[in-house]
Design a protein around this ligand. Structure first.
Ligand code: PA5
Length: 454
């Protein structure tokens, strides 16, 4: 397996007319700053606070997940994930990247008997009804995913589906259509699972939602859909190994965090664009957005001072956004770093037709591979940005398989906790989200929460 290659030449001062980083600093002050951040992160790994570091090695959990998925094989045509935020976005990314964005439109035979995967992460009644109307309840499995087991949106979706199933099949039968993925000890979903014998999988106590894709949260749907859970974890383990060093120049996650943080604090590049050149990786850009935003956008630093820190992550997709957002990236405010994700080999390439040889606007394309066009457009956009002094970097993926995606998830998760240390915030909590949740409980009349005062 070839590790993901990082090209940051378009971030350095020699290649940008302004705002570039002096590469010597990567071996001087930025290396020292990173070394301190590395110590902070290593301490959180050792204390167990950052439990996601252990996920690639959790072979017992993988076996248990595999066992439950194997037991359900062939019984369901549709798998519906009921969850939100970190409990949903990883699964959508896994589905789109490894099965393809059109997986749900494929026939049962094309899917080799594996279920369609739907991710319900909104309480929009139209969207819920649209999906429910297309499901055969007798052939549908609902995976309720919530670390806390109490999030209002997930609880509401669970209650809707439970109501439908109980009405149709009665309570005994209904429970066969659920798998809960939740905290191993605490929370309402855990209590229900234990009291009623509903199948359940654990999210380790020290793993938060947005860092949980490599736990049963992502593994269960992935394995049920026939993906290789062991390969996902092996790729993640590889990233963990090559990101262990405190030497900045040898640590890709450290470089990503350092380059983005430095571009922000030294040159005002507070918007961090994730731009894959691949439809399969569109959802990955949104997964990254949630991870970066919720981990780094914080009111307080780690000493409790008010800082209101955090970069703004922005998803974009090549080539589509070349005709939407790239104009802004090239000529708008100098407040962005663009991260390109390039795939060196397309799953299935297409040769462009040759029937318009006499039309100059078409002839040059004829006979070339579409993948080559995609790749050329990515390289051209990176170079156009560079020529206009706009910092950008490129991640090159040799292929898009379970191992590479596992590696990418882990690489960006580690970069996020390094960035947390560099911004001096706690990347593992989300107090702002909690406030919104509590105010929702109040508006919806949950016991123990005072009526709203506005
Ligand atoms: O990353 C996070 O911690 C959040 O986005 C949560 O995943 C989200 O708020 C849902 O919470 P829960 O999994 O407890 O339902």
């Amino acid at each position: 397996m070839t590790p993901i290659a990082l090209d940051f030449s378009n971030m350095v001062v020699q290649n940008l007319d302004q705002g570039g980083i002096d590469p010597d600093r990567l071996e001087r002050d930025l290396a020292e700053r990173f070394s301190a951040a590395h110590d902070t992160v290593e301490a959180s790994r050792i204390s167990g606070a950052a439990g996601f570091f252990d996920l690639p090695y959790a072979s017992e959990e993988l076996d248990r997940t595999q066992q439950i998925a194997d037991g359900l094989k062939g019984r369901f045509d549709d798998l519906v994930i009921l969850g939100i935020g970190g409990s949903a976005m990883g699964t959508r990314t896994l589905r789109d990247a490894l099965l393809g964005p059109t997986w749900n439109a494929r026939s049962l035979a094309e899917r080799k008997g594996r279920p369609r995967i739907h991710v319900l992460d909104n309480v929009d009644p139209d969207a819920v009804t649209d999906l429910v109307e297309r499901l055969d309840p007798s052939r549908t499995l609902f995976n309720v995913v919530s670390k806390s087991g109490a999030t209002a949106e997930t609880m509401a979706l669970f209650l809707v589906m439970e109501g439908l199933l109980i009405d149709e099949f009665g309570k005994e039968q209904a429970r066969e259509h659920f798998v809960f993925t939740t905290d191993p000890k605490r929370g309402p979903l855990r209590s229900i699972a234990e009291a009623e014998g509903i199948r359940s999988l654990p999210i380790p106590e020290n793993v938060g939602g947005r860092f949980s894709v490599l736990s049963a949260v992502g593994l269960f749907p992935a394995i049920l859909a026939g993906l290789d859970g062991a390969a996902l974890l092996a790729g993640a383990a590889e990233a963990d190994e090559y990101c262990r060093t405190a030497v900045l120049m040898d640590n890709p996650a450290g470089l990503i965090a350092t380059l983005l943080h430095t571009a922000h604090v030294d040159a005002g590049a507070s918007i961090h664009v994730m731009m894959p050149y691949s439809e399969r990786l569109r959802s990955f850009a949104f997964w990254f957005q949630q991870l970066w935003a919720e981990s780094l956008g914080k009111a307080n630093d780690r000493s409790g001072n008010i800082v209101h820190a955090g970069p703004t992550p922005l998803p974009a997709v090549g080539v589509t956004d070349q005709h939407a957002q790239v104009q802004l990236f090239i000529e708008g405010p100098r407040d962005k770093v663009v991260m390109f994700l390039g795939l060196n080999s397309s799953q299935r390439d297409i040769e462009i037709g040759t029937h318009r040889a006499s039309l100059p606007a078409a002839a040059y394309l004829g006979g070339q591979k579409m993948g080559h066009l995609l790749d050329s457009e990515r390289k051209a956009t990176a170079e156009a940005l560079r020529r206009k002094g706009r910092p950008n970097m490129t991640f090159e993926l040799e292929q898009l398989d379970a191992a590479t995606l596992g590696e990418l998830f882990m690489l960006m998760s580690i970069a996020t906790v390094y960035a947390g240390a560099l911004y001096d915030v706690n990347p593992l909590d989300q107090p702002g989200v909690e406030l919104g949740k509590h105010l929702t409980y109040r508006l919806m009349g949950r016991e123990g929460y005072d009526p709203p005062d506005w």
